[in-house]
Design a protein around this ligand. Sequence first.
Ligand code: FEO
Ligand code: CA
Ligand code: CA
Ligand code: CA
Length: 663
Amino acid sequence: MRQEHQHYHADLQALDDRCLNPSQAADLNSIINRSRRQVLKGGLALAAIGLFGTSLLGCQRSSAPAASPLLGFSGVAAQTAADFDRVLVAEGYRAQPFFSWGDAVLDNAPTWREDASQDWQAQLLQAGDNHDGMHFFPFEQAPNDHGLLVINHEYINPTLHTDGFRYTDLADGRRQRPVDQVRKEQAAHGVSVLEIRRSADGQWQRVAGSRYHRRISAMTPMAISGPLRGDPRMRTASDPTGTRVLGTLNNCSMGVTPWGTYLTCEENFHNYFVNRNAADHATRPTHQRYGIGNGQRSAYYAWESVDERFDATPDDNQPHQGQVNEPHRFGWVVEIDPFDPDSMPIKRTAMGRLSRECAVVSLGEDGRMAIYSGDDARGEYVWKFVPDGRHDPANPANPAASRQLLDSGTLYAARFNEDGSGQWLPLIWGEQGLTPANGFADQQAVLLNARGAADLLGATPMDRPEWVAVHPDSREVYITLTNNRERGERFPLHPANPRPNNQHGQIVRWREANADPAATTFEWDVFLLAGDQPGALDAEGQPLPDNLIGNIRGDIFSSPDGLAFDGAGRLWIQTDSDEEAAHTVNTGCNQLLCADPQSREVRRFLVGPRGAEITGITWTPDYRTLWVNIQHPKLSYPASDGHSRPRSTTLVITHEDGRVIGS
Ligand code: FEO
Ligand code: CA
Ligand code: CA
Ligand code: CA
């Protein structure tokens, strides 16, 4: 047996963001925070969720209070020490660990054990690993004190097990996994739904006995809906109907619908599959173009060694060629109704198949919508889906009535022209080369290989598109492009992706024509280039090369990823940079920052412990309680039990005087 702890995140990131693109070419917050009319059932007795009482107050200032009227706090200093293992937050604020991997979700969950010895059945009742995108859905009766917190669990860390990931190397180059570990890993994926409430003393707590608590995992049955429901290309030996799939994987960011459902997004699903038939893999773009593993090697997690569903090698002796189509059943937006714990999650195939980072809704006055997504790999595209139907504001809280909106519409990829204009390129079968001669037999083929279709249309390869945020008033759209070390080599420089060997990333924004979410043209500009200030020095005191210099007005950072607006139009930026890399010598540990879209001033609000990514962001409707996630901390950052092995953790952040966060 071999254990793998070292370099785990670096290895995984190399798989996650690798280049597979062969081509060279109304205040929604107020709407989505509108409480769904719900009759509360079940007990309301409160149980502490392990609120470890460490107060993590900021003390080191980076800068004076802002000139911007939006930024009413003093920034905290960047943290570059190799042993930094705390959270620093702006003065006057308090950040508390609220919900860590292993904490109870279901009421019958056993208490988490620090030695990580619990089995997969326990894990199915507890918080999953690697908290990522999340949203607070308020209850109407007390929207700022009571609601459902829905949290993605993106993937898993070696710390999930007492002795890390165990692999046995086999003679043919394959790797065997223990079934108990694989089951626990599958159980640690997915989504948690938690009913939470603020008690009289101001502490947020999990509600004991709630009917809403729910764990969705890589084993949970889900419906397939939209154009690919029942399609032959969705049928497998284990699901001959092509209508049911077990589980959701690599749930990264998310979105929220105007009718109060949660859209969880399946990002790096390719890491879970292998197609050992090299010739088949090379000629199957729905595998090859999406990075499904091939050859005799095992998939990254080698789940296929104990669960045949993840072996996507075609098998002509089995119905539907075995599990060759199983990777077609991931890469989708999955709709979850958190207010109906008995509802089956639904994979929405009309929105296309991507390494789907997010699904962020923009809603026009006339009820038309855009749902924006990034596809996070080097040189991939920016996307939007425009439903055929319109949202009915008179009926905002009816998921059943709104359900069909996500099943038919037009999928577009973005072309950013060098002159600052842009076009949305529709992926419509039979048009612009999306024809059988080019491998697209029908619209379903276009949706399954949306990347390949966008290659043909001439969409613009971007520097790893991650989260999208829509300004609450102007509906301007912002996107993080986290980095792309192959820019300038595989991918030509472009004004929206202007730096060679782009290590720090940028934020780009666009304005749809007439602020119409359904528009087919837009104007764009670069909001900022992340990285060091001009004149900055490296660790040896030498001037930095030009590609590491950004144009941030204020506090520096690297590799923007999470992105969201609050109701006042503050732009919150979360980072996912590699602190071991030389280019982060000055930006340091990952951070949460706040920007003024008008003045472009940027201020650092929070710094996380070394090794962690800061991701996931949501508020109460009054924006006085903020939740953010500390994902995969390397050091023993205090979790909800106050000590122990490192655990991904949701923080709850409030101001000591109850101010609106950031004001
Ligand atoms: Fe899961 Fe692109 O980050
Ligand atoms: Ca991300
Ligand atoms: Ca990540
Ligand atoms: Ca990232």
